[in-house]
Design a protein around this ligand. Structure first.
Ligand SMILES: CC(C)(COP(=O)(O)OP(=O)(O)OC[C@H]1O[C@@H](n2cnc3c(N)ncnc32)[C@H](O)[C@@H]1OP(=O)(O)O)[C@@H](O)C(=O)NCCC(=O)NCCS
Length: 144
C-alpha cells in the first residue's frame, strides 16, 4: 500500500540504503524536507516500509512549468527489483498531475540510470561526481 508519510518516516531507509547506515538519522534529513509543498511517499509491504521517495517543489533551470525534484528514492534490499519503485513513482506522477506539476527531475546515480530510463526519464546533463557517492546525471520527466 502506498501512503503519504512524514519526513521522520523516511530517515531510517535513507540511511540504510543511500548512506550505507553511516549517518545518524538526524544527518539524513534534507533541508527541504519540511518546506511548503514537499511530500514523502512510502510503499508498505505487510505493514513494513519497503520503498520511499521525497518530492520538493523546485524548478530546474531552462525548463518551463512547475518543477519538482525527486530525492531519496530507495527500496530496501530484500524488495529491490520487485517493481515497488516503479509503482511508487507512478503514484507520485498521478499525484503531481493533480498538483498541475509540469515536470519531475532528479540527480540520478549512474547505478540507477536504467530504473529512471525504464520509467520515462531522460538524461539532461553531462555526468558529474557527487563526492563520497559517485557518478550522477540530472534526469528529467515531463508530466503530461
Ligand atoms: C533504484 C531503486 C530505487 C529502484 O527501486 P526498485 O523498487 O528496485 O525498482 P523496480 O523494481 O521498479 O525497478 C527495478 C529496476 O531498477 C534497476 N535497478 C537499479 N539498481 C538496482 C538494484 N540494486 N537492484 C535491483 N534493481 C535495480 C534495474 O534496472 C531494474 O530494472 P530491470 O528489472 O529492468 O532490471 C532501488 O534499486 C534502490 O533502492 N537502489 C539503491 C539506492 C539507489 O540507487 N537509489 C537511487 C538514487 S538516485
Amino acid at each position: 500500500m502506498i501512503k503519504i508519510i512524514s519526513p521522520e518516516d523516511v530517515l531510517a531507509i535513507r540511511n540504510e540504503v543511500l548512506r550505507e547506515g553511516r549517518l545518524t538519522l538526524n544527518e539524513c534529513r534534507f533541508p527541504t524536507d519540511t518546506i511548503d509543498g514537499a511530500f514523502h511517499l512510502g510503499y508498505y509491504v505487510d505493514e513494513e516500509l519497503a520503498c520511499i521517495a521525497s518530492f520538493f517543489p523546485q524548478n530546474y533551470e531552462g525548463y518551463s512549468g512547475a518543477g519538482y525534484q525527486l530525492r531519496g528514492m530507495a527500496t530496501v534490499e530484500k524488495h529491490r527489483g520487485g517493481g515497488l519503485g516503479t509503482l511508487l513513482l507512478n503514484f507520485a506522477i498521478v499525484y503531481l498531475q493533480g498538483k498541475k506539476a509540469g515536470y519531475l527531475w532528479c540527480n540520478a546515480r549512474k547505478a540507477a540510470l536504467k530504473f529512471y530510463m525504464n520509467n520515462g526519464f531522460e538524461i539532461i546533463s553531462p555526468e558529474f561526481d557527487v563526492p563520497g557517492i559517485g557518478p550522477h546525471y540530472v534526469m528529467y520527466l515531463k508530466i503530461k
